[in-house]
Design a protein around this ligand. Structure first.
Ligand code: ADP
Ligand code: MG
Ligand code: ZN
Length: 487
């Protein structure tokens, strides 16, 4: 994947991200927010837009939206207004979507995006963050209640979303990807959203234009809709850069349009051309009063914010003398950073603990899905295992695979080591026996070792390990070998 800049054109990208807020119930009614349940089991008169049904704003959604806005350094508006965005679509029974438009919840703000993994950041400015409701879902590809054909599922209708709009500050598909990852991480840190892409919690529309290098005016943009994986966002943008550049090279104009990306062909295709701006006939929703945020509520939300990823990365790097890369890995999620810090405190040597987390914990996590706090491994258990290694009770190579096992079933590392029969052999008699057997089987080796062939030591150690099923305490074996050398 090449991140080289385009030779002739400057790439300009602005992203609109829709994030599902982590609420119990929908934005304007008491229906539960559930994923993957039978269609239309969570739809009430408000969801269905039955005459006389009135929306009531969900306070929890407002709190989460506030938290997101503060975490992104936005200016929260004391007053914001819910408007009706009118259009016709089968999954929108009201005939309009309730969304903040002219007066959004928050404006401005920024995200510092780490681009190189070495601590260097780029600031991406935000235009606005506003609240809106999700639409329902059309189902074309499977039968519902035994009926073929097309169906509408309203379980998702009215689910609270946040729309986060960036300024056109991004300059490459890779930067766009880095921004999205940073944004998802931030939203998860502050517990605003699970931001699970596979469940549609985090969806992106990407706007792209090209301009000659050095130009100050923005070029004509196209909009890529409904990109539901980071890989697709980057792929779609790369394809669209190609398409626009070909047109411009040929002396043609880019036509403002909405496009779809087909990952199979890696090409973008025009869905509809915007001759003039879509006319949604926005107007304030007469059923909802303006949302007022009092400064007290704002201060409470600000005080409740946890340490944000950027700050935590910097603090960990400094406090524990970690490289920027390691600090970034350890703060990938709030749960992992919490785990690491708890273990580091319990053990006393953060460097040692960092090594175990970066190597063994991360590897074991990669082999399953989910966060560290969803596993049975407690920080104290990891520390216990590390201590057993340090005391020579089990060899490091026998201990490492136990991390995955402790994640699976939890419990006491010492008991697990015993149960697996992995207690290190420190019995000198036993080890001397093993060493002598090995030396007897390879009589020439001792001579070569005496002659200074260093690698022979590894060979002999390996042979002893094999005979003891990896349980020999390496330091003890080395001692015995050294003694035999001097004999
Ligand atoms: P709309 O409401 O039609 O989607 P907006 O003006 O709200 O349009 O812009 C949406 C997104 O498009 C923003 O993220 C913005 O940064 C981006 N954008 C606007 N103009 C351009 C441009 N010329 N090139 C690239 N991105 C742009
Ligand atoms: Mg748009
Ligand atoms: Zn409802």
């Amino acid at each position: 994947m090449s991140a080289a800049p385009h030779p002739r054109y400057e790439v300009v990208i602005g992203l609109e991200v829709h994030v599902q807020l982590r609420t119990e119930s929908k934005l304007f009614c008491g229906c539960a927010v559930r994923y993957g349940e039978d269609p239309n089991h969570h739809a009430c008169p408000v969801c269905l837009a039955l005459p006389g049904a009135l929306p009531v704003l969900n306070r929890q959604a407002v709190e989460l939206a506030l938290r997101a806005a503060l975490a992104a350094h936005c200016t929260v508006q004391g007053r914001s207004v819910f408007a009706r965005k009118n259009y016709f679509y089968p999954d929108l029974p009201k005939g309009y979507q309730i969304s903040q438009y002219e007066e959004p919840l928050a404006t401005g703000g920024f995200l510092d995006v780490e681009l190189d993994g070495e601590g260097g950041t780029q600031r991406v400015r935000l235009t606005r963050i506003h609240m809106e409701e999700d639409a329902g879902k059309s189902i074309h590809d499977r039968a519902v209640a035994g009926q073929d054909g097309s169906h509408v599922d309203l379980n998702r209708a009215g689910v609270p979303l946040l729309e986060i709009v960036s300024e056109p500050d991004l300059r490459s598909p890779e930067q766009a990807g880095a921004y999205l990852r940073a944004l998802r991480q931030l939203l998860r840190y502050v517990d605003v959203s699970d931001a699970d892409l596979e469940k549609g919690h985090f969806r992106c529309d990407a706007n792209l234009s090209l301009r000659p290098r050095g130009a100050s005016e923005l070029g004509i943009r196209t909009e890529l809709k409904n990109l539901n994986s980071f890989r697709f966002v980057e792929g779609a943008l790369r394809a669209e850069i190609e398409r626009q550049a070909e047109r411009l090279d040929a002396g043609e104009r880019v036509v403002q349009a909405t496009l779809l990306y087909d990952p199979a062909t890696e090409r973008t295709r025009v869905m509809r051309v915007k001759e003039n701006a879509d006319d949604y006939r926005y107007f304030p929703d007469p059923d909802l009063i303006p949302l007022e945020i009092e400064s007290e509520a704002l201060e409470r939300a600000r005080a409740a914010l946890p340490e944000l990823p950027e700050a935590r990365r910097r603090r960990l790097a400094e406090a524990y003398e970690l490289s920027a890369y390691d600090a970034r890995q350890l703060t990938e999620s709030r749960a992992l950073a919490d785990f690491f810090e708890a273990a580091a405190r319990a053990h006393g040597n953060p460097k040692t603990v960092a090594n175990w987390v970066l190597r063994d914990v991360l590897q074991a996590l990669k082999e399953r899905s989910g966060e560290i706090d969803a596993t049975a491994l407690a920080p104290e258990a990891l520390v216990g295992l590390v201590r057993l290694v340090e005391k020579g009770k089990v060899t490091a190579s026998n201990a490492r695979p136990l991390v995955a096992e402790l994640m699976q079933r939890g419990g006491d590392p010492q008991a697990l080591v015993r149960e697996r029969g992995l207690e290190a052999v420190a019995d000198t008699g036993l080890l001397e026996g093993a060493v002598d057997e090995v030396l007897a089987a390879h009589p020439e080796m001792l001579e070569r070792l005496r002659a200074g062939e260093e690698k022979i030591l590894n060979f002999l150690m390996g042979q002893v390990m094999r005979r003891t099923r990896g349980k020999a305490n390496p330091a003890a074996v080395r001692d015995i070998l050294n003694r035999r050398l001097k004999d």
